[in-house]
Design a protein around this ligand. Structure first.
Ligand code: IMP
Ligand code: MG
Length: 179
């Protein structure tokens, strides 16, 4: 399995250091705002967990599941949101996502949460792939910018595998015979 990883793109230490910095920025911004943090499953589970352990102030945490149907390495823009009921009215909402790629997921979620009456909606992502943007949206806080290559680990998957890697690696798509 792991010989399908071409190279380690971000080590555990690099991730940890940047997550620490993001947590400091977010603490400054949100410590007195009683934010509603919404983590987008499945990809953000590890990032969100590490980030929130470093944000030591009252916040509400909830989860939403977003599925997108397309081929395995890109999102189709056809997104289904499945989160049950979360009361957003007048809340300062912070969406936590693993990566912003086309931007379709975060654009749809931000618009949806605003419609539900959120006072504000911001987004924090670990990774940003700006070259692939389709939707008119940028993350408010981003850990690292990445070129157009498919990465896995630290929550990010290929066909639901590799999410458990503690680092982020570049997947050898040729070895897997995809795209
Ligand atoms: P977007 O809607 O195109 O911005 O896609 C966001 C979703 O696509 C993320 O939540 C990931 O699940 C997935 N994704 C995009 N790029 C990658 C990648 O390099 N590795 C793993 N998943 C990715
Ligand atoms: Mg995802």
């Amino acid at each position: 399995m792991t010989n399908e990883i071409k190279e380690v793109w971000l080590s555990e230490e690099q991730i940890n250091q940047r997550v620490e910095e993001l947590a400091e920025i977010l603490t400054e911004k949100y410590q007195d705002k009683d934010p509603l943090v919404v983590a987008v499953l499945n990809g953000s589970f590890m990032f969100c967990s590490d980030l929130l352990k470093k944000m030591n102030f009252p916040l509400e945490l909830n989860f939403i599941k977003v599925s997108s149907y397309g081929n395995k390495t890109e999102s189709s823009g056809n997104i289904q949101i499945d989160g049950g009921r979360i009361d957003m009215k007048d809340r300062n909402v912070l969406i936590v996502e693993d990566i912003i790629d086309s931007g379709n997921t975060l654009k749809k979620l931000s618009e949806y949460f605003a419609q539900l009456g959120a006072a504000s909606v911001e987004t924090v992502v670990l990774l940003d792939k700006p070259s692939r943007r389709e939707a008119d949206i940028e993350a408010d806080y981003a850990g690292f910018k990445i070129a157009d290559q498919f990465v896995v680990g630290y929550g990010l998957d290929y066909a639901q595998y590799y999410r458990n890697l503690p680092y982020i690696g570049i997947l050898d798509t040729e070895k897997l015979n995809i795209e």
